[in-house]
Ligand binder design. Sequence first.
Ligand code: MG
Length: 172
Amino acid sequence: MLKKKMTDALNGHLVKEFYSAYLYQSMAAYFELKALPGLAKWMRVQAQEESCHGLMFFNYLCEQAAPVRLGAIDAPPNAFKSPAHVMEVTLKHEQQVTAAIHELMDLAIAERDHATKQFLEWFIKEQVEEESTASSLLDQLKRVGDGNGLFILDKEAGTRVFAVPTPLVGRV
Ligand code: MG
């Protein structure tokens, strides 16, 4: 059974994951408008993954027979200066999510909540990947600028395919 403090913290984080989905969907719209369908697809996939992260928190709370309280989701930004700026915002956002996950882990450790610690392990690892991916895409976008390289990068980004995260397979 989850303690109230942990239940509140997990409910708070659930909203952050769904906000991430909203943010990336907004970025997909920006890329669509800029005629960069590959990067738009990449962001659509990213948004789907974030909804899955939110669902993983939802499922965990249900599993622990804890109340799920869906809070309000803020409106994401919808104006960006350039493709590289989009990725700067993405990287900064993922760094904030990493910090939030680490805070949840600190709380789980302090509360000696072993089940939640184990649940959060997946997210600790996932955040390393999220930051690394955003950082390398940012480097590439900065390098290509507005030139022909952007066309090639867009084609590559468009090959990304959505896959349900392993812990959520069969539980969406
Ligand atoms: Mg996430």
